[in-house]
Design a protein around this ligand. Structure first.
Ligand code: CTP
Ligand code: MG
Length: 261
């Protein structure tokens, strides 16, 4: 049984709006990628037991060099091999490149694809506690080929018809279609866990789809659903929040301050 961790960090962070790749944006004085690596704790420790880390980074210098150096430094401290790959144009493309690197290493080491757990994590979730990753990995090893961590939803979620304008309201008003039953809803986080065998099958399936069909499948768990494969849900954690907007960064600063005190 082996475990690999792929961290995708190749996004540009448009919505955060710092003008630098999001993985380099600082939280409490350190880049998000540094937090993403550290928050999972000692990667080699018995609970998590990661054998290999793949970082998928922006292709352009100087961000690439800075982030790769950070990865190399972590590798030295954690005593774990860290491999770096350039990202692709979308998150799924970046994940695919990271998984390719895992597959290469698995062949090199003679690791079995079915008993290799791949945790796919976003650098944009810098404060994810180690036990989320542990729960996901354990569920993969209990027999689920696709596993997502998730938390209950607190907002009431309505489905709207964005094109369905209400005759008697302003230009911007959308038409409500229905309200989704909140008790059945979950907000999905990362790391998501898969067997390497499943991920290779998922990418082969995506390769057979038309471009617009493939684009609709925005994460690997959705590919599992499309293939009729069961996806297991385990408990996520509020601290695994995703940094998308400046307000998220403020929320993360508050969580960090609380942890430090
Ligand atoms: N990601 C990636 N490669 C891409 C796009 C996204 O590796 N081409 C990664 C991001 O680095 C991030 C995760 O996927 O860790 C989730 O993406 P998102 O939060 O959308 O980050 P960005 O794409 O950087 O942000 P934005 O969409 O605002 O530009
Ligand atoms: Mg994005």
């Amino acid at each position: 049984q082996h475990r690999a961790l792929v961290i995708v960090a190749a996004g540009s962070g448009q919505r955060l709006g710092h003008g630098i790749p999001k993985a380099l944006v600082e939280l409490g004085g350190r880049p998000l990628l540094a937090h993403a690596l550290d928050s999972l704790g000692p990667l080699r420790a018995p609970g998590l037991g990661i054998d290999l880390v793949v970082l998928v980074l922006p292709g352009l210098p100087p961000a690439r060099e800075r982030l790769a150096a950070l990865g190399a430094e972590h590798a030295r401290r954690a005593g774990i091999p860290v491999i770096v790959r350039d990202g692709g144009p979308s998150r799924p493309a970046s994940v695919a490149r990271g998984v390719d690197a895992v597959a290469e290493q698995a062949r090199h080491h003679g690791w079995d694809e079915r008993s290799l757990t791949v945790l796919v994590h976003d650098a944009a979730r810098p404060l994810t506690p180690a036990d989320v990753a542990e729960r996901v990995a354990r569920q993969v090893e209990a027999g689920s080929v696709a596993v997502v961590p998730a938390v209950p939803v607190t907002d009431t979620i309505k489905r709207v018809d964005p094109a369905g304008r209400l005759g008697h309201h302003s230009e911007q008003a959308e038409q409500v279609r229905d309200t989704l039953p909140r008790a059945e809803l979950r907000a999905v986080q990362t790391p998501q866990g898969f067997t390497l065998e499943f991920l290779l099958r998922a990418f082969a399936h995506l390769g057979e789809l038309k471009a617009e069909e493939a684009e609709a499948l925005t994460d690997e768990a959705m590919v599992a659903e499309a293939l009729g494969v069961d996806v297991a849900v385990v408990s996520g954690d509020a601290r695994a929040l995703k940094i998308t907007t400046p307000a998220d960064l403020l929320a993360a600063e508050a969580l960090l301050a609380e942890r430090g005190s």
